[in-house]
Design a protein around this ligand. Sequence first.
Ligand code: NOJ
Length: 871
Amino acid sequence: MAYRSLVLGAFASTSLAASVVTPRDPVPPGFVAAPYYPAPHGGWIASWEEAYSKAEALVSQMTLAEKTNITSGIGIFMGNTGSAERLGFPRMCLQDSALGVSSADNVTAFPAGITTGATFDKKLIYARGVAIGEEHRGKGTNVYLGPSVGPLGRKPLGGRNWEGFGSDPVLQAKAAALTIKGVQEQGIIATIKHLIGNEQEMYRMYNPFQPGYSANIDDRTLHELYLWPFAEAVHVGVGSAMTAYNAVNGSACSQHSYLINGLLKDELGFQGFVMSDWLSHISGVDSALAGLDMNMPGDTNIPLFGFSNWHYELSRSVLNGSVPLDRLNDMVTRIVATWYKFGQDKDHPRPNFSSNTRDRDGLLYPAALFSPKGQVNWFVNVQADHYLIAREVAQDAITLLKNNGSFLPLATSQSLHVFGTAAQVNPDGPNACMNRACNKGTLGMGWGSGVADYPYLDDPITAIRKRVPDVKFFNTDGFPWFHPTPSPDDVAIVFITSDAGENSFTVEGNNGDRNSAKLAAWHNGDELVRKTAEKYSSVIVVAQTVGPLDLESWIDNPRVKGVLFQHLPGQEAGESLANILFGDVSPSGHLPYSITKRANDFPDSIANLRGFAFGQVQDTFSEGLYIDYRWLNKQKTKPRFAFGHGLSYTNFSFDATIESVTRLSLVPPARAPKGSTPVYSTEIPPASEAYWPSGFNRIWRYLYSWLNKNDADKAYAVGIAGVKKYNYPAGYSTVQKPGPAAGGGEGGNPALWDVAFRVPVTVKNTGTEFSGRASVQAYIQYPEGIPYDTPIVQLRDFEKTQVLAPGETETVTIELTRRDLSVWDTELQNWVVPGFDGKRYTVWIGDASDRLFTACYTDTGICEGGKVPPV
Ligand code: NOJ
């Protein structure tokens, strides 16, 4: 089946667009990808006005070929986007990864997103964002390809959950927004990715024989879960967005008019530019009409043949009238405006490194058959003192799951025996495996594009040795055959791991996602724990892991005294852990996902990956809003450790009050009309604007936007005569829409961000021995009797105290916005506050999704301690 008919040729009706009804046969009924045209113009939001007017002035001087050149990459391994050098618009450098600067030397390997989420610490998340932004700037990149909030973390086996912040839309949203703020304040454009539904790696990509899988998501679930973090990213002004590889409701994300035009650009009011994920671009005209603004890395989905769906094809499509010039102008204006918005027209450094080699000299066009050579690396050190932030994140993410009899912290006088190869850095070096696609030694990050090179890896055994020089280290994952009987005072520390990544690499049989059996620790880690516990009466388990593990075969063993999750600590895996193990610092990390007792405590749609199917693989989100703790609560299933769980060496008391700030109406007030946007001529430009320059020395596989004179003239003749009309998708229109009621500002209707309630929470360290930091988590419970099914409790905000000495107090403030109290009404196509008329919402305060002990009622303004939510 041709892609076009598969992905765009058919639409079913919804209340959004009750136009053409043509079911897409493989997608289950009820999941629709309604047409949404045209692509909304950018520039109508006041805070972008200046950038857009500068962009308008520049774009109006561009030729057709200059315009099409900057909307595409110049080919895989070649570099980045095309330029309009004549007018001073450079090639833009777009660089991974979500946890730092990838494929470069002299950078910091920050803790991964999942680790950052586990801190539940807004200040640290922001500080990491600032540091990542500084490093990108120092290396001369324009666009940081992060943060990642899709996958959201719906499937515990999902390969790339660790790049994001945890299995909850609010945790993802707040962490992404703070990261974006930190990065963009350094003049680097951040990219929110991947839009949307990329919850497993298997079958994610389109290829000539099979489409990528279809994530089938209903309208309410899309709004309340998966789109939620994107809305927050847009609200803080994110400059770019990346579409996902997969399809949603049958339509490929890179050419999904409802997702890009409808949701992202109109409802969320996104003003930046939208790029495709690498090699996911499968159509020329259709993707342009659907709102895509940039094709990366420029090639078709089979790269390295010098073919592109855009570049010269986009020039042709504009000349022959298939893509309205108006659309191309908007694409280009969005890109140029974003560049101005972040001040990249002024003193922005040019890239000083190559992703293709760490040598000083290398190929200038690495994908070309014959490429000139030159200096490509200047070895600029951008690390500054970022190791301090990296270490603090790694440390404050460490999550103490179990601490029987307050066994931890350890004393340095204790006799320690360490087991497990993960205690020590990979003996071949921390960067021995390309894109970290192996699990050998300390596991500081997963694998794939979301990694960075380690400048060094401070491993746990080195840090432990510094404190306990005669520690015994058994560098093995199997319990030693001949092991002397330990003395009762010997303490064993066992390191276990679990890895995952992008499906461009397969590691130990895991094709990106973890294998279904792989919630077990890798390398027989669970057996190592069990065997060690047979010999030692005191065992501490330390896990370096991309996500939840099945702990059941040993967690109840009384000899396993303590369990710590380091998550993926990045380069600072050693001191950060030792500080916690030996009690210099109390643990304050909290789980960014739940750990269940059995994999099938989740429904099949969550617990398992979608395997092979003829045609398009269908991944139907039939659990709706009920992922992670939402599902477990609904089923009354007790997890082993709930989302948000994390112990400290000390104890805290929480005392809350609640203040009403803004009175809410049922729906947000009417939005303001859109402001004006740049205006250009819509006449088809002369064919000569796309001719090859004479005598140009063409490099094979480099992608260009010029056409042969004959081709350009032919296309122009067709366009001017208007003879051959493109077979436009159903619902196609060129008339700009006023935008939906749910829109009106960046992130949606501005009133969604009004603070409705404020909850100051006074936290006291009630312990006597240890200082520590408390996590304050606020979960909302909707009023009874409302006509919407809602999860019992849902995280809505969180704060973290500073270090509190015994007896010390601090007041942190939780804020709840209109959006936090709303549900997405699929009929009204708007956010509705079901309890606007004084019904009782309960705001639960605690330090885990299953440890909520203070209830604040919005109707009475009273908070009561000692309460237990109905879960
Ligand atoms: C594919 C990944 O999905 C995306 O996250 C990354 O930014 C690009 N490749 C570029 O490496």
